[in-house]
Design a protein around this ligand. Sequence first.
Ligand code: PEP
Length: 249
Amino acid sequence: MRRKLVAGNWKMHGALKQNSALLAQITAEASGLFCEVAVCPPYPYLAQVQSLIQGSVLTLGAQSVSEHPSGAFTGEVSASMLADFGCRYVLVGHSERRALFGETDVVVAAKFEAAQKAGLVPILCVGETLGEREAGDTGFVVARQLSAVLDRVGVAAMVSAVVAYEPVWAIGTGVTASPAQAQEVHAAIRAQVAALDLGVAAGLRILYGGSVKPRNAMELFGQLDIDGGLIGGAALVADDFLAICLAAN
Ligand code: PEP
């Protein structure tokens, strides 16, 4: 059985005081949860959050990582630095990184590999734009994004990785993929991995992300191939995030 994972992506939100209040409530109320819960704050708050979640059920993640181990890359943060601050997870290939920062499939695959080399678990984000969906290209786009990683690191690497299907048109828009739409893509992702290794595919956690809210979380997480969620906006509201975690429980 795959243990569900709910990961909160804070994006570029947060402040010392606000983070303390948010995590005080989440750590207190998440204590009895069976599902795994992770939070991914902006880099400057990793140390603060690492200390705030100590002794709780929460785990720490980051939102991006350099593909380089060290060197003259001003402004970048390496995977080993994230590991130093207690990160277990790191998002790679979030659609905002792909669209706004020019991260190609090749770069995303390199980041995935760099994360794993430092002992982190990459959460590989894949998903189509509205135009791609309307053109009937969803399957092709998601398969291409996943293939770029599989070709670089091999299927065995997926044992210590997570995939997040995030249709770009559903991120931050309030429009959610229907459970059936999401399940269809999740099943296709698992089938693509299964074609290479059935056991790896069976154990692979595939999260759904895109306007997950307390009102729709239960139905989404009830789908056969949906193993939790990557949560943006709702991760900044303790009551909402906790309700989503409960739905995954
Ligand atoms: C995200 O940032 O990955 C995300 C899914 O955001 P939201 O939940 O706000 O759509």
